[in-house]
Write a new protein. Sequence first.
Length: 376
Amino acid sequence: MFLGDYGAEVIKVEKPHLGDEIRYWGNNKNGVGLMYKLINRNKKSITADLRTKFGVKIIKTLVKNTDIIIENYRKGTLEKWGLGYETLSKINPGLIMVRITGFGQTGSNSHKPGFGTLAEGYAGFAAINGYEDRSPLLPGFGLADETSGLMGAFLALTALHERDKKSGIGQVVEFGIYEPLFTLLGPQVVDYDQLGIVQTRNGSRLPFTAPRNTYLTKDDKWVSISGSAQSTFERMCEALNIKHLIIDPRFLDNRLRIKNSKALDDELQEAILKFDQSTLIKMFDEVGAAVAACYNIKEIFEDEHFKARKNIIAVDDKELGGPIKMQNIVGNFSRTPGKIKHTGPKLGQHNYEILVEKLGFSIKELELHGYKLTQK
């Protein structure tokens, strides 16, 4: 999705008849999966049964003029089908293959199936997420899958840059879904290695900065606040008219505030409950203190800043009979902006364009293998 947002021609190969199972995940409208519409935007859909000789032929023909192939089958699956990198790179020496599996291509767990939920536990995220007296808490969205998508796009472009600027040949890039998330989890490794510290669940508090939490306002709304820098903490106290906390021996610097974070949170919560959310944010703004509302999606739709940044965009969708709104692309380029050209396509929508017009398969051959083709 991220590559397609900025102009890559992305061809999604799906199973005939059923397609990608994500078509049936989450909420739907008139039987059409909305999650699929989002994450498969800007992609073209073709169908091929990779368990058949004809499906293998399609892939081998497709990779002749392909820069990057991305796959996330269990280790050894592509090789079993005759589509391993050794085979495909003979067809196209410049081909870059990005292999994303649950646990990577090496190691004692490499043979196991894996997906985002397992990775969120295995990487150490769930163990530090939630509250001390409750069970480890998984995220409310596909965190490991999303971070893998970002990492996959980054690594693919890194390999592409190396090929085009240096070697002229492709290579294999592989990682386990748990690894990008593990890398993002902060100083846990160095803290354990050097000090033997095992980070535990502590709600919204962090072990390296205080205050850092969500706080309830007078009108039953929430704000998020962090004050690691001394100046930030002092402005926060000024905004709330609790300047005495600045010279309180328990809160004189960040390390003392971490040590006494529970007491500090109690003081802040008591002060914050005197104000409604909008008044509190205005007070913070007046003294340059940092604060943000904790939004749900309805509030995000109504927020003026989100509107000004065009973070939500309406994209036409013929299958659903009108525009649907989704998150816009991230990043504004001064010369070459990205664009959402279309939402996730119908299954096999681009079979004629890709298989006939681009790859040169005949309609007769395709129909012989059960394809029902619709021209553009």
